[in-house]
Ligand binder design. Structure first.
Ligand SMILES: Nc1ncnc2c1ncn2[C@@H]1O[C@H](COP(=O)(O)OP(=O)(O)OP(=O)(O)O)[C@@H](O)[C@H]1O
Length: 527
């Protein structure tokens, strides 16, 4: 009891000493030193403040009475003097710019960069809902100071708020501003490589976190006074990833590496003087995963997807407008290119309608809904499309993938798919056992099962698309168990095998009939 009350009273004494500015003659050693130092500092501050105040007062009077030429001269001199005495440089990034107060891109990039830095290092964070209300953003507090280090150089960032009014009779608004402070010795490093680093990182973070969109152009979607764009958009939330793709592991890895290399090659494309774009041609039977692969690519690179319906494009001018409007990180998809453009002029109606039957079946499986049948061909010419792909984006900047899909690669004009236009040709084919195992893991969370051996054997004997496997693996009721789903896959494959056998038999009978018919014809001709 005694001890504790003693401590209390001594701390109270110290406080009262500091408050009354009385020298603690009775206190000893370090305490006396500290109090003396504090005393001196208070005295120094008081002197300095009064000197500054006096100077400011005199300065304002002098300024008011000096001719303006002299005043300018003095002000310049003062500016040089303060910048000589103050070794620190300050760069401001204002939130709103120009007469129309649009948000500055540099400000947004700095904000993204600092928010990430803050969320990685700081112990006190501010959480806000992002603009699209889908994710939480961790932000800096006002007058929060963050320290960053770049190649051994220290810099400081401060967030300030500026109150302003657009015009004198307008209500007062607030805008934010990030200030970057650094020693003038490092001016070159900071204004050169550091700011470039901040902008690049910030833009990348923003691209990763922004809500991506799926854009489509349809027949009625033309520009009007009320419409800003020829594209209509919805939020792109396709769950496909490379992990869930039933595909050869090697092929998968190759595509992933190709995509990453492309997305990091801005400098390379600039150096060789080519547009930063890459063409992919995906081909294979319906239901083998062409559309799913496109979604996985968009998710991997965080790109927007533009589903370009060529049959709805009136002419080349409209095509140009559509392509110019695409965002800087995007995949432009033209599905079933052989049905959209008259590439050969020889396509028969019959084989297209049989394609559409199979297609529609798979669209139901994938839940995509049936696309409008592409019976009409576009007025866009092949040369128009190629010219835009080759030339237009060189001027626009940004990274773009163009993906064409087809079920009939053999029908495409070789000029359309030559290297440089379609840089990578990817075949998607029927399901093999590795592909099946990926689907079984996706749909049933199974890595092995006693029925797998039978399925492997059947996959070697017959062809089935991943879409058909997926359809059968999908539990139809809540009580559907793995055994039931796998039995359905086996049943579907046995049916496909029987159909194959029947088809082959039919083909060999008709071949035999044709040969005997030919023989009879020759006999008749002879006689
Ligand atoms: N390789 C695959 N990996 C995983 N799922 C697949 C694969 N192929 C097909 N699927 C499944 O089948 C459905 C239909 O596939 P998708 O639409 O991608 O095929 P497609 O080749 O684009 O067909 P189409 O040529 O008819 O457009 C998908 O939603 C997906 O569930």
């Amino acid at each position: 009891m005694m001890g504790s009350s003693g401590t209390k009273s001594s701390s109270r004494d110290k406080k009262s000493l500091a408050m009354t500015n009385v020298s603690p003659t009775n206190s000893k050693g370090p305490l006396r030193k500290i109090t003396r130092m504090a005393h001196n500092m208070i005295h120094m501050w008081a002197t300095m403040s009064s000197t500054i105040a006096t100077f400011m007062f005199v300065w304002s009077i002098v300024c008011n009475h000096l001719p303006y030429e002299l005043r300018d001269l003095l002000q310049n001199f003062m500016h040089t003097l303060t910048s000589f005495l103050n070794p620190y440089i300050q760069i401001s990034f204002h939130e709103l710019l120009g007469e129309r107060l649009r948000t500055s891109g540099a400000y947004l990039a700095v904000e993204a960069y600092l928010n990430l830095m803050k969320s990685n290092t700081s112990k006190s964070l501010n959480a806000e809902l992002g603009k699209d209300s889908s994710n939480l953003v961790l932000t800096m507090d006002e007058y929060d100071r963050l320290t960053d280090e770049f190649h051994g150089v220290k810099v400081w960032w401060v967030l300030c708020k500026v109150v302003f009014s657009k015009r004198s009779n307008y209500p007062v608004q607030e805008k934010k501003c990030y200030k970057l402070i650094f020693h003038k010795r490092y001016r070159e490093t900071i204004t050169g490589s550091y700011l470039e680093h901040v902008m690049r990182e910030g833009k990348e973070i923003r691209a990763r976190h922004r809500q991506r969109k799926l854009y489509t152009n349809s027949a009625g979607n033309h520009l009007s006074h009320y419409k800003q764009s020829m594209w209509s958009d919805i939020v792109f939330e396709h769950p496909a990833t490379f992990e869930t793709m039933a595909m050869d592991l090697e092929k998968k890895q190759e595509i992933i590496e190709d995509l990453f290399t492309f997305s990091k090659s801005q400098d390379f494309y600039a150096r060789i003087g080519k547009a930063w774009k890459r063409g992919y041609l995906l081909y294979g039977p319906p239901g083998t995963g062409k559309s799913t692969l496109i979604a996985a690519m968009a998710n991997l690179l965080c790109y927007d997807v533009y589903d370009l319906e060529l049959t709805a494009v009136k002419d080349n001018t409209e095509l140009r407008q559509l392509l110019i409007e695409t965002s800087r990180k995007s995949i432009i998809v033209i599905e079933d290119i052989d049905c959209s453009l008259d590439l050969t002029g020889k396509r028969k109606k019959a084989d297209k309608s049989s394609d559409n039957e199979t297609k529609n079946k798979h669209k139901e499986v994938s839940g995509k809904g049936q696309k409008e049948e592409k019976s009409t061909r576009s007025n866009v010419t092949l040369s128009g499309l190629l010219n835009f792909i080759d030339g237009l984006w060189s001027a626009c900047g940004g990274e773009r993938l163009i993906v064409l899909t087809t079920n009939h690669v053999e029908k495409l004009d070789p000029a359309l798919i030559r290297s440089g236009r379609m840089d990578k040709h990817i075949e998607l084919s029927h399901c093999n056992f590795n592909g099946f195992k990926v689907l079984a893991k996706n749909y049933l969370n199974l890595e092995s099962h006693r029925m797998f051996d039978r399925i492997q054997q059947l996959l070697e004997e017959t062809k089935i698309t991943p879409a058909d496997v997926a359809e059968n693996l999908m539990p139809k009721t809540f009580s559907d168990e793995a055994d039931k789903c796998l039995s359905r896959v086996i049943e579907a494959m046995e049916k496909a095998k029987e159909a194959d056998v029947a088809k082959k038999l039919k083909e060999s009978i008709s071949l035999e009939r044709d040969t005997s018919q030919n023989g009879d014809d020759k006999e008749t001709a002879k006689t």
